[in-house]
Ligand binder design. Structure first.
Ligand code: BTN
Length: 265
């Protein structure tokens, strides 16, 4: 697998030197975090065929069975404050859409903030994690993505069959997982090169990918659920929502679902 991934990488991608492949790992994010704290360089990439402790956002488990998915994490070392990285998850989501488009022929969308979706099914999830230096600057960022590649509907647990999809289900074609991984690594490399210089371009691209815009959303915070319409995404990737009572707010955290279409809650 590693050889096939490297063979499919763009010839000018220097990250090829630091890619490791695992048949099984606890979590590519967790192992990469350990490596980062021991000084691993930017562009270190871990790819796994399966994870025993895959983690999703909000403390959820991310199912990571062997043979059907790609579980991948990259290490970034941006020289900036965390505040300047507010758009990172959006940048990663659009990069993931580009990688999927280049490896399968269709471009999925993004459910804010960074669920990769197509025809009402989630195909991939992204978990970005930051570590800070003592002076408050960014020590490193880890971007982890889990992509459902070759599953058929019955491969997913019944509880998520309604909302989970795969690249194979979406494209109707066999999926070359090594190609998907290589395009993902290339897309994250390209994204990282413009991350701090081309914020507006990144957010514009994201606006085009984000299927949440224009939709009715339920904003859930703890026990509180509020309804409104998603108007736009600001320069930091926050969602601008007009609530039923007419007030407009910028939403940074909490989980937003597109009411009536998605059931991610
Ligand atoms: C989500 O949908 O909530 C995010 C899922 C992120 C899963 C990926 S798989 C590779 C990396 N390692 C992990 O443990 N999680 C991320």
């Amino acid at each position: 697998m590693l050889q096939k991934i490297v063979k499919n990488l763009s010839s000018d991608n220097p990250w090829r030197e630091n890619i490791q492949f695992f048949d099984s790992i606890t979590s590519t994010n967790d192992v990469l975090k350990q490596m980062a704290s021991q000084g691993a360089p930017q562009g270190t990439v871990l790819v796994a065929d399966s994870q025993t402790g895959g983690r999703g956002r909000l403390g959820r488990t991310f199912l990571s069975p062997a043979g059907v998915g790609i579980y991948l994490s990259v290490l970034l070392r941006p020289n900036c404050t965390p505040r300047e990285l507010m758009h990172l998850t959006c940048a990663c989501a659009s990069a993931a859409c580009t990688a999927i488009e280049q490896s399968t022929g269709f471009r999925p969308g993004v459910k804010w903030t960074n669920d990769i979706v197509y025809q009402k099914k989630k195909l991939a999830g992204i978990l970005t994690e930051l570590s800070l230096k003592q002076d408050g600057n960014t020590a490193y960022a880890i971007v982890g993505i889990g992509i459902n590649c070759s599953q058929q509907p019955e491969d997913f647990p019944p509880a998520i069959q309604e909302i989970a999809g795969s690249l194979k289900m979406a494209s109707g074609r066999e999926i070359d997982r090594a190609l998907v991984a290589a395009k993902m690594i290339d897309a994250f490399y390209d994204m990282n090169r413009i991350l701090l210089t081309d914020k507006s371009r990144i957010i514009d691209r994201y606006r085009g990918d984000c299927i949440t815009l224009g939709q009715e959303v339920s904003l859930v915070r703890g026990d509180e659920i509020r309804h409104g319409r998603a108007l736009d995404v600001d320069e930091e990737g926050a969602l601008i929502v007009k609530f039923e009572n007419g007030t407009i707010e910028t939403v940074n955290s909490g989980e937003v679902s597109v009411r009536g279409l998605y059931h991610y809650l």
